[in-house]
Design a protein around this ligand. Structure first.
Ligand code: UDP
Ligand code: MG
Length: 247
C-alpha cells in the first residue's frame, strides 16, 4: 500500500451485505476512477456473519485501495462509521452505505460542494425509496430536530455524507456517538450544506433496522441532542407527585 495519504477516503459500514458487495465494488471503482482524485475505501465489517468478510478480503487482494477493518462483534452502524473515521487518511471523507440505496455515482457531487468551503455536506434524499413508515418517522424526527436546535436540514439521517479532514478530527475527539451527524458538526462550529442525491430501494438482503432498533435510534436522537425531554419528564414527575400528595 502506498504510504502517501489519498485525497479521498470512502467509509463503508458493512453488516451482512454479501449480496451487494460485488456490484458496489464495480460501481464505486468506476465512479471514483472517472472522478480522478486518489482515494481509499475504508471498510468496517461490523461483525458480519455471512460471506461479507471473505468477499472483502478477495476485493482487497485485487485492489489495495480497499482497507478492511473487522469489529469483534456487531456494534451498530454509528460505531462502524466512527471506526472508519478514525482509520481514514484522506483530506475529504465520504461515508456511504454498502447496500447501494445511495448512488456511488453521486459521491463527486459532495466533493465538489466540500471544495466550495463547507466542513460537512449532507445528502438529501429528495425522492426517498423506503417504506411510508420509515419516511414518516424520519420526517417527524427531522422536524423535531429543527425545532429544538434551530438548525434546518431536510434529511439528517441520510447516510451519504462528506466531511473535510479537520471536521473529522473534531468529530472523532467529540464523545457523542449518534448516527445523526449534522447536528454534531454544526455544534462543533462546522459550516454545513446539503445537496440533493438519488435514492433507490434495497435490492439485496434486508434493512438491518427492525422496529426495535429503529425506535432505539429515534430515542437516541430525541434524548441526546438536547436535555429538553428530560426537563419535560422531570416537570411532569413533580406535577404528578403534587397531585399524589393532594389526594
Ligand atoms: N450497518 C452496520 N451495522 C449495523 C446495521 C447496519 O454496519 O448494525 C450498515 C449496513 O450494512 C449498511 C448501512 O449500515 O451498509 C445501513 O444499513 P441499512 O441499509 O440496513 O439501513 P437503512 O437503509 O434501512 O436505514
Ligand atoms: Mg439501506
Amino acid at each position: 500500500m502506498s504510504e502517501t495519504a489519498p485525497e479521498i477516503s470512502i467509509i463503508l459500514p458493512v453488516y451482512n451485505e454479501e449480496g451487494s458487495l460485488p456490484e458496489l465494488n464495480k460501481r464505486l471503482t468506476a465512479a471514483m476512477e472517472a472522478h480522478g482524485d486518489s482515494y481509499e475505501v475504508v471498510v468496517v465489517d461490523d461483525g458480519s456473519r455471512d460471506g461479507s468478510y471473505a468477499l472483502l478480503k478477495e476485493i482487497r487482494e485485487q485492489d489495495k485501495r480497499w482497507r478492511i477493518a473487522r469489529l469483534s462483534r456487531n456494534f451498530g452502524q454509528s460505531a462502524a462509521i466512527y471506526a472508519g473515521f478514525s482509520l481514514s487518511r484522506g483530506q475529504y471523507v465520504i461515508m456511504i452505505d454498502a447496500d447501494l440505496q445511495m448512488y456511488p455515482e453521486d459521491i463527486p457531487l459532495l466533493i465538489t460542494k466540500l471544495r466550495e468551503g463547507y466542513d460537512m455536506v449532507s445528502g438529501w434524499r429528495v425522492d426517498r425509496r423506503d417504506s411510508l413508515f420509515r419516511w414518516g418517522m424520519s420526517r417527524l424526527l427531522n422536524r423535531y430536530t429543527e425545532y429544538v436546535t434551530g438548525f434546518p436540514l431536510h434529511d439528517h439521517g441520510c447516510s451519504l455524507k462528506g466531511f473535510r479532514r479537520p471536521m473529522i478530527e473534531r468529530m472523532v475527539a467529540f464523545t457523542h456517538r449518534c448516527r445523526y451527524l449534522p447536528v454534531d458538526a454544526a455544534t462543533l462550529g462546522g459550516k454545513v450544506a446539503e445537496v440533493p442525491v438519488r435514492h433507490q430501494s434495497r435490492r439485496h438482503g434486508q434493512s438491518k433496522y427492525g422496529l426495535f432498533k429503529l425506535v432505539a435510534t429515534a430515542f437516541d436522537m430525541i434524548t441526546t441532542i438536547t436535555i429538553m425531554p428530560l426537563q419535560v419528564i422531570s416537570a411532569l414527575g413533580v406535577f404528578f407527585s403534587f397531585i399524589g400528595f393532594g389526594m
